[in-house]
Design a protein around this ligand. Structure first.
Ligand SMILES: *[C@@H]1O[C@H](CO)[C@@H](O)[C@H](O)[C@H]1NC(C)=O
Ligand SMILES: *[C@@H]1O[C@H](CO)[C@@H](O)[C@H](O)[C@H]1NC(C)=O
Ligand SMILES: *[C@@H]1O[C@H](CO)[C@@H](O)[C@H](O)[C@H]1NC(C)=O
Length: 379
């Protein structure tokens, strides 16, 4: 009896949340009560993708330290503890969660974590849209989607279908994917980089796989998507040093393929917002905003725009931060917030905060059309 009464009441969830909680809590079984937490905090937040969003999933994988950041000095600034985030401190998603009045969103693989009302983080450092990208060391995007389906099933069990669908459609899905699909080409100096036709074919494959995942999330009920585009790969400290013959300059071919991807991503999102009813997106121009800080660091409060804080060799481009990878030697700067780059491939917390601020309120630096704040507040 308690159960059917709950189901009926759930229909009015949207409007009568407070009433519902008052009436149902003594009557319903606890697993059919809509979570007070998710109501208090508003929309849930799900992250998919790579190290720009991974809050520590890879800590729980049997993988290599190349895909892990759970050792000092990662995390030294804010957490005073290596959480697995590829930064000295918080990531963009941590700031966005704070602005949305959510707690820090834990990684899906965190042992014992099973409270998904506020969302969960599926991202895995090193992951790409292609299954082949760093295969065996990461959770690829398709597997992240499978994990999301487990969470969907959990929410259905806890909230009933109406409650789960309400939660999933109100939720915000933040995606950062693609960098590793191209990084793996640049690191192996793949011939794919050297002709326009093979570049565009490869980009088509990455975008094709990303499209399938976005559509699946949409079919399950997701409506509000945030994206960041890809950094110009060839100018990351770790890629600048790859090519002997152009030492110190950006690796042109690696940049051109990520630029192709960024054009294709913008086109795709435009297309999906026409094709899929209710699909809303926010696209942040990560690329342009990193480049601006590399060219004019002082304008944004940085002292160094090209060299990483942590690593070794030219530009500290050798990926040795923490001394637990292939090269053990590394240097660490005094003050990470003076730097744009934290390690050979990743940004400092200060940059993440600046980006999150821009994504939240969305100035001209965003490719739009919505800001992350719009998405969290939209119904
Ligand atoms: C972890 O991976 C290594 C190398 O791939 C393998 O030899 C080892 O058995 C794995 N350990 C576990 C616990 O799966
Ligand atoms: C997805 O990637 C695979 C390679 O992992 C490729 O064979 C396939 O064609 C891609 N799918 C789409 C729709 O592009
Ligand atoms: C990378 O490959 C290109 C073309 O295949 C070649 O011209 C270049 O010398 C290679 N660079 C390195 C560092 O191996």
């Amino acid at each position: 009896m308690g159960r059917s009464r709950c189901a009926l009441l759930a229909i009015f969830l949207d409007i009568y949340v407070v009433l519902l909680l008052l009436i149902t809590s003594p009557v319903c079984e606890s697993n059919t009560v809509f979570s007070p937490t998710s109501e208090k905090h508003g929309a849930a937040f799900f992250m998919f993708g790579d190290s720009y969003l991974d809050a520590g999933n890879n800590n729980y994988l049997n993988t290599t330290t190349l895909a892990q950041a759970n050792f000092w000095p990662y995390g030294e600034t804010y957490f005073k503890f290596p959480t697995g985030r590829f930064s000295d401190g918080r990531l963009i998603s941590d700031f966005l969660a704070e602005y949305a009045n959510l707690p820090l969103i834990p990684p899906f693989l965190q042992p014992g974590f099973r409270h998904y009302y506020d969302g969960v983080n599926f991202a895995s450092s090193g992951a790409g849209a292609l299954v082949e990208t760093f295969q065996g060391s990461v959770i690829d995007l398709k597997t992240q989607l499978r994990n999301y389906k487990e969470v969907e099933a959990w929410l259905r069990k806890k909230l009933g279908s109406v409650g789960a669908e309400f939660t999933l459609s109100k939720a915000v899905y933040l995606v950062s994917i693609g960098t590793n699909d191209y990084l793996s080409l640049a690191l192996t100096n793949s011939t794919i980089l050297y002709t326009y036709s093979s570049q565009s074919q490869y980009v088509g494959m990455v975008i094709g796989n990303l499209t399938a995942v976005i559509k699946d999330i949409y079919d399950i009920g997701g409506r509000k998507f945030g994206f960041i585009n890809l950094p110009e790969l060839g100018c990351l400290p770790g890629i600048r040093i790859v090519k002997e013959e152009t030492k110190g300059k950006c690796f042109e071919e690696a940049s051109s393929i990520t630029n192709l991807h960024n054009e294709a991503l913008l086109k795709l999102l435009n297309k999906l917002s026409k094709q899929l009813k209710g699909f809303k997106y926010s696209l942040y121009d990560f690329n342009t905003n990193i480049r601006k800080r590399m060219i004019l660091p002082s304008h944004y409060g940085f002292k160094e725009g090209k060299s990483a804080c942590c690593g070794t060799g030219e530009f500290r481009g050798v990926f040795s931060c923490g001394g637990k990878r292939i090269v053990k030697e590394y240097q660490l700067c005094e003050n990470p917030s003076d730097h744009v780059f934290w390690d050979s491939f990743h940004l400092t917390e200060m940059v993440h905060k600046q980006f999150a601020d821009e994504m939240w309120t969305g100035p001209q630096t965003s490719l739009g059309p919505y800001t992350m704040k719009d998405l969290f507040l939209a119904h």
